[in-house]
Design a protein around this ligand. Structure first.
Ligand code: G
Ligand code: G
Ligand code: MN
Ligand code: NA
Length: 250
């Protein structure tokens, strides 16, 4: 309740910040892009996890304007990186269904001046749960702008392989819960390999989230996962540090 009141005022108070977590090509280790992750520092409580405040922002109708602010902030920051470095941004299902997300993204691209091909939008399968013609039209509308669409947290919710057939995603993000059990859990290995094979066969790339060890990196690379993200390569960092990392691309 109190948190909700604070959340409404947080934007005016400039308590939000966008941080950036790198993702790499698992073969070369080269940074390919950064995922924008929203951060909120509450004046008394300190940092509040997005897992806590994003659902709250969704409940109080704040997520649409806040999400648009993230889009603008992240694209403006990415405009200062080398053109070979991409930006990925999470979309809430509510933003997705807001009715003018295609117009918003078009406007953000024009204002920031970044090439549409550098922008990737991450959606979760909850967006597709209802599988309505409207949702499909929105996905195609976003695609038509030249941006890429990634399916986030694959394997966690009510994922259906059928989604991959109905809509051609550009990328599948394999959830951290599978990666964290490697190398010990053979079932996780089998599932991860299966998803990587499936994606490759469908012309999609796969990115493994939550890679923390070199051993995990090698296994994932060996089973055909092309990209990786996780503390091994870097946690989310402020814009200035991301810019420095983007410019120095290992
Ligand atoms: O880093 P981490 O704790 O930062 O993120 C927790 C969750 O919050 C993740 O599932 C992530 O997708 C989500 N998240 C982070 N930033 C944003 C954002 O800008 N918009 C939306 N919709 N979700 C976000
Ligand atoms: O959008 P998404 O749900 O994927 O948000 C990423 C979340 O995962 C963030 O909370 C981020 O801080 C967290 N994260 C990113 N890399 C790692 C990692 O290597 N290990 C762990 N435990 N968490 C990670
Ligand atoms: Mn994500
Ligand atoms: Na994720």
């Amino acid at each position: 309740r109190a948190l909700e009141v604070h959340l409404r005022a947080a934007h005016e108070a400039e308590e939000f910040e966008v941080h950036y977590q790198p993702w790499v090509d698992l073969r070369s280790g080269t940074v390919q892009g950064f995922e924008a992750l929203l951060r909120w520092t509450h004046p008394e409580r300190g940092p509040v996890s997005p897992a806590e405040f994003i659902p709250l922002a969704e409940n109080i109708g704040l997520i649409v304007p806040l999400g648009e602010w993230v889009l603008r902030r992240a694209c403006a920051d990415a405009a200062r990186w080398p053109e070979t470095v991409d930006i990925a941004i999470n979309l809430s299902p509510l933003q997705f269904r807001s009715g003018d997300i295609v117009r918003t993204v078009r406007s953000v691209l024009a204002d920031s001046g970044i090439a549409p091909a550098r922008l990737e939008l991450e959606i979760t399968e909850t967006v597709l749960l209802e599988d309505s013609p409207t949702n499909l039209a929105t996905l195609h509308g976003l695609r038509a702008l030249g941006v890429r669409i990634a399916m986030d947290d694959f394997g966690t919710g009510y994922s259906s392989i059928g989604y991959l057939r109905r809509f051609p995603f550009d990328k599948i993000k394999i959830d951290r819960s599978f990666v964290s059990e490697l190398p010990n859990d053979i079932d996780c290995l089998t599932i991860t390999r299966g998803v990587a094979d499936l994606a490759a066969g469908l012309g999609m790339s796969t990115i493994a989230e939550g890679i923390e060890t070199v051993e995990q990196q090698e296994i994932l690379r060996a089973i055909g996962c092309t990209l990786g993200q996780g503390y091994l390569f870097g946690a989310a960092m402020p814009a200035a540090r991301a810019e420095a990392m983007a410019r120095s691309r290992r």
